[in-house]
Design a protein around this ligand. Sequence first.
Ligand code: DX5
Ligand code: ZN
Length: 217
Amino acid sequence: MAIQMAPSILSADFANLERDITTVSNADWLHVDVMDAHFVPNLTLGLPVLERLAEVSPLPVDAHLMIEDPDHWAPRYAEAGATSVTFHLEAAADPVAIARDLRALGARSSVALKPGTPVDQVLDILTEFDMVLIMTVEPGFGGQAFMPETMPKVTALREAATASGQALRIEVDGGVARDTVATVVEAGADVLVAGSAVFGAEDPAAEVEALRALAEE
Ligand code: DX5
Ligand code: ZN
């Protein structure tokens, strides 16, 4: 499957989101980080903002929910217009029920694992998901250093999906930049989130293409 690029608006200008989103319309997904100041020690935006972003975005929205009680909230983000909804396994009471709710609403189901969460917990329920997000930093903030020790989890997931013939997307999020793209792709990731690397660049659209080119090398 072709590599997909997902710029994270966490590093965009929050007073000019529509402008910044339009700038990266050459990407594949718009990665929107939802934080509640409980699951992670940071607060970003919620349903009303995501709903408007989905309306004005030229790209489908990849919602990354770093929030408590995804059993209740994840389906609401699908209803608000997110094409893909990722919730954290660590916060979920019934991950399979959430995945089924998301798919029933026509959204793609996706589950995220923090760096310390083992991958075995999702291997048994992999077919419930269209994507797994392996966090390559501790969730909560942009601009952190990439954690290479998370790569064996990506490889284990890719091997499991290949063995069963599942067209699973594997997303990586945190510290993805020119110097780490080859590592994540080699491990088996095929959806690349990049926040500071893209929006910190002078030309964000060109940076998306530069990262994509490096990933496809
Ligand atoms: C962090 C967020 C990321 C963040 C990544 O918890 O989930 O999406 O924007 O930022 P960078 O790419 O700067 O590491
Ligand atoms: Zn994210």
